[in-house]
Design a protein around this ligand. Sequence first.
Ligand code: SAH
Length: 248
Amino acid sequence: MDLRLRLTIMRNFTKIFIMRIDIIAIFPEMFQGPFTESIIKRAVNKGIVDIQLHNLRDYSTDKHKKVDDYPFSAGAGMVMMIEPVDNCITHLKSQRDYDEVIYMSPDGELLNQPLCNRLSLKENLIILCGHYKGIDERIREHLVTMEVSIGDYVLSGGELGAAVLVDSLVRLIPGSIGDEESALSDSFQDGLVSPPVYTRPRNYKGWEVPEILLSGNDKLINDWKLEQSYLRTKERRPKMYEMLKKNV
Ligand code: SAH
């Protein structure tokens, strides 16, 4: 569903949209900070998103709470075992249906705004964070429904990637940002990057705000912003600009 349409429907809805996100990780404390400040904190407090952290070790049947083991093939690095992950996911699935079981992975689908928009429409998500050399491939084959990467580089663990993903989704949920329109006017929503923004003072050490923004003429200002967006997109995201031209 188109994001604008969803926002319109949500505004007219009496029931508040609640998104539930379950995160499975071996270092759940890493989310303290990203999830306890700013927009995510407010969204959690307002009850529009329910984020539950699960320590994978709690689902290990091993007496040492082991969650990783040596790889079958030779080579450095431990691999996350199937059983604790399966136990945790099975437990969660016994309580509700999930739209996706997402594994954070460097070779997953690259996170971009259209993907954020798509995932922000889901109601229940599981996000699995890997560590070490990664997770046993059979988890990916049998339990995971989708894989997301936050970029073509390697992190030490999935937690930071999951925090990025969650932030990008939560800010799209109606009610999390004061003015929902502001999330829609951000970069990438219309295949364009944002125009520059300015605040007071008008003149700082001789660095002036563009005259047009002070003109009070909304039409001229909006035209200028759009023009700036096009110019910046052409310069900074040439591939996106080409797509834009094709779609006009
Ligand atoms: N050996 C793997 C990298 C493992 S990194 C490889 O070469 O592909 C350990 C964990 O960090 C992964 O299991 C994944 O959950 C997470 N991770 C690393 N880079 C990531 C990225 N770019 N996006 C999302 N998650 C990532």
